[in-house]
Structure formats: C-alpha cells, structure tokens
Write a protein that binds this ligand. Sequence first.
Ligand code: DON
Length: 606
Amino acid sequence: MSTVVDALIANIFDRTAENRDGTLADYIPELAAVAPDSFGICVATVDGHVYEVGDTRLPFTIQSISKPFTYALALADCGADAIATKIDVEPSGEAFNEISLDPHTERPRNPMINAGAITAAALVAGPDVDSRFERIRRAYSRYAGRALTFNDSVYASESRTGHRNRAIGHMLRSFGIIAGNPDEAVDLYFRQCSIDVTCRDLSLMAATMANNGVNPLTQDTVLDPALVERVLSVMSTCGMYDGAGKWLYEVGLPAKSGVGGGVIAVLPGQIGIAIYSPRLDSHGNSVRGVEACRALSSELELHFLHVTRAARSAIRARYSVSDAPSRMRRTLAERATLDDVGNRGRIYELHGDLLFAGAETAVREIGGSEEGLEVVVVDVRRVDEVGGIARRMIETLRADLTERGCAITFVDPVGLLGNTHSNLSGSTGRVYADLDAAVQWCEDILLDRYCSTARQSRSVAVSEHPVLSSLSPGQLEWFTDDLETRTYARGEYIVRRGDGACGLFLLLSGQVSTTVTDQSGAVHRIVTLSAGMSFGEMTVILDSRFLNDVRTDTPVTVAVLTADRYAEMTAAEPELKLALLERLAVGAYEQLDVMLRSVLGQGGSR
Ligand code: DON
C-alpha cells in the first residue's frame, strides 16, 4: 500500500529524473558501459522499512562508498588511536584521487579520499590479502543484510588502468604510512571497490549506520556505536570530497558517493538514504544523487542541524500528589491533610530519548523546584533510551535531593536507570513498577509527617466501624449479632470478578485491593482499602455481580453480613436500611472523588 512517504519520494524521483546532466565515469572503462539513465531512490528506516522507487535492485559497483565501511573495519581491527597515527580526519578540499599527503603530518588527510582509503584497506587485519578481502566482503554483506558478490570485469578494468592509485600506494609506502607491498594494498582497495551492490543494499548499509551499527532487518550488530560516531563524523566533513562544504550546508547529512553512481546519506537514529544514477559531476558525485538528496533533506526536513525541541519535551507532565491521588483509600482526615500538603510531593513524567539536553532540562527543573518540596517521583516508563551522561545526571539529582531531605523514587519497571531492583533504601524509597504505588509512597511519607491525628488505624472493632456509625445502639446491637467474622491470609482472593452478591464486608484489620486484569494479563489496581472501610455493598444493594477481584495485600479480618441476612434484615427494619445506605453513599461518593482525581490527575497515566 502506497503511503504519503512513498508519494513524497516518488515526486522527488520524477522531478530529478528529468535531470540528465553529468557524464559516466570512463577512466575505469567498464564503468562507461552502464545504462546512463538508470535511476533509483531508497529510504530505509531504522526499524527496517525500505521505501523504494525506480531501479533499486539493479547491481552496480560500490566504488568509493566502500571507504567508510572499510574504515570502520580498520577502526575495529586496530583501534581509533592506532588508525589516527596513519590517517587524519580533516577535509582535504581536494579531489578524491589527489596524489598528496598533508604537508605537516605527512599522512592522508582523511579516509574518504583514495590515499586514506588505500591506507585503511592496508590496515584491515588478516593473514593474507585474500582473507582480508573476504573479511571486507563479509563485513559489507552484514551491513546490507545479504551476501554481496564481486564484479570481476570492473575489477579487471580498474586494475588495468589504475596507475594513479598505484602511484598513491607507492607514495604511502615511501612515507611509511603503509608497510609491505604497496601494490598488494592497492589491489585490495580495487577489489573492495568492485563489490556489487544495489540501491536497496546501500540504503540498508546506511540505515545500519543510522541504527547505531545494528542492521535494522537482521538485527545483526555490525559495528560498535562508538565507531559509528567516528565514521559518520568523517562522512559528514569529507564524504563528498571538495563538494563537502556545500553538501553539509545544503543537505546536512553524513554521506558518501561513488563513481559507480551511488550516493548514501545517513540521518542518525532515523534513516539511511541511497540513490543510484551513474551520471557524475566534476567532483565524481552522482548528479541526480546530489539533487535528490538535497530535495529529500529539504522536503523531509532531514538536515541534521534541524533538531526537534527535544530539550523542552523531556518532561511530559508534572503535577502534585494532591492533583492525582493514589488509589489507596484514605480517611477523611488523611484526605484533608493530603489536600493541604499534597503540593509538597510532585510527580514528573519523562519521555523520549534522554540525551544531554533532555536530561539537563529535567534535572534543572526537578532539582530547582521551589522550596518546600519534600518528596518526588520521577516516572521514566515513557523514556525510550537513556544516554550515559543522562543517567549520571539523574543519579546526581537523586543524591542532591536526598541530601536536602527530599525523598525521591523512580517508576522504572524495566530498570532503564540501572535500578534493576529496589536498592534505593531509606527515605529515598524504592523503585516502583507502577506510578500508583509510587504516589501512595509519597502520600504515606507526607501523612507520616503531617497527619498526626486520625491516621488509618491498623484495626477497628465492629462496634467502631465507620460504616455502622450512623446506626442507633439498638440497631447496632441487632446488626452485629448477624455478622460473621472471617480471616484471610495475604494474597487470597476474597471475591472474583463476576461473583454474585455475597455480602457486605466490613474490614476490621489488614488491607485489600480491588483489581481488574486486562487482556494482556496485567493487573490494574482500582483501590486499596484498609481497616474501617467496606466493600461488596453495591452488589448487595443492587443484587449485582462483582465488577472486579478483591484480593488481600496483607492478612485480613473482616466482618461479613451475608446477602441473605442483609435482605431479611432490611426488609424487617427499613430505617436500618436507610441509615446503612446513607453511610454507604457517603463512602461511595468520597471514593468516586478520589478515583476521578486519580484518573483525571495531570498525569492521567496510571
Ligand atoms: O579509486 C578510484 O578511482 C575508484 N575505485 C573509486 C573512486 C570513487 O568512487 C570516487 N568517488 N566518487
């Protein structure tokens, strides 16, 4: 099915196809034999989707597009420091086949020009040139996600005419940049240039670079991310030779061209682009390739300096504990306390990739919060990746807040921040898997500090139960005679979703939670009840089924008025029923208020 992106690319393809400027490379005779009007565009995403239009499966030789991939292999083999003693990373401003070294360093200025590329090929490890070439071919194949093959006729053609490159090879040997037989090094370079690729292959090779060195189709980790950074840096400044400055200004993507007619461009973290059109400009770059990349960059806003305002978006939501209370049911006094001091506890929900800028805005806001902040929750469930510096900044924030007496905890179910278990002891709280539990932790800290009276008691006697508080002494005596006392162990289900009315349950001690389980099997807490609270009333009053499970969080004691006894009693004593209903209605209304605030709270994201 064609998408808007297909249409965008096809439109650029159609417009660019009208351009017939440029000429085929003929200094390698075999290259002059290709069809000049061939033209293909591919855009590969880092999750493996490839948009393609035109001649995207037509094979042609990779030529200089091989250079970043061999440079990557040499970096991996020798290490960046060793490679840096042989090849610089400076744009030369010269043609790709300049027979020159930097006059001061006496080294090739960069690995994208032939002098640097031949040096890189010479530094690929292996016992002999054939095994080194096979390593190069396999490496390219891993970037492409399929076995690439060698083009004998183009190789023979370049080997027959490649005198300039042999001159470069002997110059490198004479300056001690390469050791051993320079003709062997040049021949290996000719062979790497003669590997056949298609436009689609190149887009996947580019997308592997965009995807931190991981092939988006095969998930094969081909290159270490730290080396990807180095290769892309050099492609940005040197990939288009003496056209690199204009390229970076107009297109703004790390790129590499080849006289075979290919161009690749990389938008790190997003896409790899490849274009095939063999007519070349004076720099040896594909004319349509440059024009199409310029159009793609402009119309898809790909310029790597066109950045989203990531810094401002790191914090998705921030709100106080009183804006979005936990589903732990509180007494009226506790609720009043939290309404009063809830602004001393704040929740911050982060999202996106946390690199320096995003982490900086988050820690600056959280760490710089107004005085009086006493407890903080940082929810990272919507964060995708956390950079090393971001993790260190957040750890520093945690330590600073803790030192200032502000408790902090994280909602981090997958351990993004490295806290794979609750190792944040003491007042810093634990690491939580869900936001609601973390908010309850906040509330408990604030209640411990500010709710001196009427805290939820650990247990209540039947006669003291708030649900019965509106009954007269006679009603109370009559009512309590019919109650059954039951005990449950921790983790027991008292009722299950769908159970019929089975009684009015008065909690005397312990805690229960009402929960629902979704299709994925995830259990969602609706509310946690403790001593002095009740459940089951609505099923008894309406003679309906339970809408949720009720499970004990701790050992529990309950007093139960069975549904049958409720029916008999309230038939015989209508005023008793009225008194009970009034009390239950007040409790239900309080709970509805808490639920609404919890669901509609600024985060709205339990
Ligand atoms: O070394 C050469 O001349 C060719 N094998 C490759 C040159 C090349 O692709 C220049 N890039 N546009």
